[in-house]
Design a protein around this ligand. Structure first.
Ligand SMILES: [Fe+2]
Ligand SMILES: [Fe+2]
Length: 252
């Protein structure tokens, strides 16, 4: 049985975590929350049409880019892709994929997307998906889309689905995990600008034991800020570099 999970946060490394959180507060409508000297958060409070979302930054010396790792980019959904692409480019992002419309897919859907790199070395995708605005997905590259998708669902739950008829993925409650076939040799996420993806769980110790029994390499449990307990698991198969996944248990 998979561990019951919910999306908790996406965790980045940055040379200046406060500058990164402040930038996201200004340009993504988030709220910057200093945690301590080492760690800074930006929080997107939930609204009627958007789920809440937390981004965290740890301080690191010149972390390598997300490109070249298994977790290539994250996706953020907006209502007007062209306006937001221009706005974010003017705010210091590097445009690496001009806005394009792809499709129609076999389900008749079309999709408008663009790709940028934020001022801190994180690649992200803007996507127009009115069904899920705000934080939208993480995009994993793998030589074995089907195998990795089955493994992820068996481990963390979620439902196998094809996003808009284009992309193999997993639908979690407030986000997607999407996959793209790649034969590239890829680096692990740990230490790069997108360091890890975090799920909330009921009991970290129980979850880690279950993951060890399944043969995963784990770390923890260990105490974290705000009375939380956290643990880590390295997920990845074959030639793809491991994706670090954090498990977070809220204070009891
Ligand atoms: Fe984290
Ligand atoms: Fe994507």
């Amino acid at each position: 049985m998979p561990i019951p999970t919910t999306f908790h946060h996406l965790h980045f490394n940055a040379t200046d975590p406060k500058a990164a959180a402040d930038w996201y507060a200004e340009h993504f409508g988030m709220e910057a929350i200093p945690v301590d000297d080492r760690l800074t958060a930006a929080w997107f409070p939930g609204t009627d049409d958007r789920a809440p979302c937390t981004f965290l930054w740890s301080r690191a010396q010149a972390p390598g880019p997300s490109i070249g790792t298994t977790l290539d980019h994250y996706g953020w959904s907006v209502e007007d892709l062209d306006t937001d692409t221009q706005r974010l480019e003017a705010a210091g992002c590097e445009l690496v994929g001009e806005p394009v419309t792809i499709g129609p897919s076999p389900t008749g859907d079309t999709l408008r997307i663009s790709f940028l790199i934020d001022p801190f070395g994180v690649k992200f995708e803007l996507v127009e998906d009115p069904d899920l605005l705000g934080f939208h997905h993480i995009h994993l590259l793998t030589p074995d889309t089907d195998g990795d998708r089955v493994q992820w669902i068996n481990t963390f739950g979620g439902t196998a689905a094809t996003f808009k008829g284009f992309l193999p993925g997993i639908r979690h409650e407030h986000s997607w995990v999407l996959f793209r076939e790649s034969e590239q040799s890829l680096a692990p996420t740990s230490g790069r600008t997108i360091d890890h993806y975090a799920f909330g769980v009921d009991d970290v110790a129980v979850a880690l034991t279950q993951l060890e029994d399944q043969g995963f390499s784990t770390r923890g449990p260990e105490p974290s800020s705000g009375g939380r307990t956290i643990g880590f698991v390295e997920v990845g198969t074959g030639a793809s570099g491991a994706v670090t996944v954090e498990l977070v248990q809220e204070a009891r």
